[in-house]
Design a protein around this ligand. Structure first.
Ligand code: GRF
Length: 196
């Protein structure tokens, strides 16, 4: 199947997918493009190192969000995308894109949804909230994307302990490693579920 990955930053989740496909632990799948909302994202370099076409579609290039989303939709369609993976993508996809790829967009979130999801819950902030809430466990979630923020059907979760000595950075690193494990597994699960 043909996978388009949307990124904004470091791209370690993109790298986990690239590695899983290259080592054969995800079969019958190809990352046909990486779409980045940030021209200087390290995720772009990771894609280039693996000869994956890159599309930079930023707020700077498309002042009007509708034009930007049309550009994303066009890029997805141009590559005959089967599955869209949001891997650290920091924009919210509008209904137009969600509807065009209904039940074929998945996102990785660095917490155990439905807790600690939503608009303010990204980056280091999620882990600050988890620690502040006194949670003894955290983890990562891969879910289908619907019109809400972090609200779609959950595909897989991975749990990690929250230690009393944890700083947000320590917890973030532990959760990120878990993300790298469950995102490839989520792709395999989706492919099985859809008979791809
Ligand atoms: C990860 O924490 C992911 O859960 C969140 O954004 C971060 C992306 O990291 N959506 P990377 O760009 O994949 O390294």
């Amino acid at each position: 199947i043909r996978i388009s990955v949307l990124v904004s930053g470091n791209g370690s989740n993109l790298q986990a997918l690239i590695d899983a496909i290259e080592e054969g632990s995800i079969e019958n799948a190809k990352i046909v493009q990486v779409i980045s909302s940030n021209a200087s994202a390290y995720a772009v370099e990771r894609a280039q190192e693996h000869d994956i076409p890159v599309n930079i579609i930023t707020k700077h290039d498309y002042a009007d969000i509708r034009d930007r989303m049309d550009a994303i939709l066009e890029a997805l369609n141009n590559e005959s995308t089967d599955l869209v993976v949001l891997a650290g993508y920091l924009s919210i996809l509008p209904k137009k894109v969600i509807d065009a790829y209904e039940d074929r967009i998945i996102n990785v979130h660095p917490a155990l949804l439905p807790k600690h999801g939503g608009k303010e819950c990204y980056g280091i902030k999620v882990h600050e909230k988890v620690i502040a809430a006194g949670e003894t466990e955290s983890g990562a979630t891969v879910h289908y994307v619907d019109e809400g923020i972090d609200t779609g059907r959950i595909i897989i979760q991975g749990i990690v302990p929250v230690k009393s000595s944890d700083t947000p950075e320590l917890l973030q690193a532990r959760v990120l490693k878990k993300e790298h494990q469950i995102l490839p597994e989520a792709v395999r699960m989706v492919m099985r579920e859809k008979g791809w």
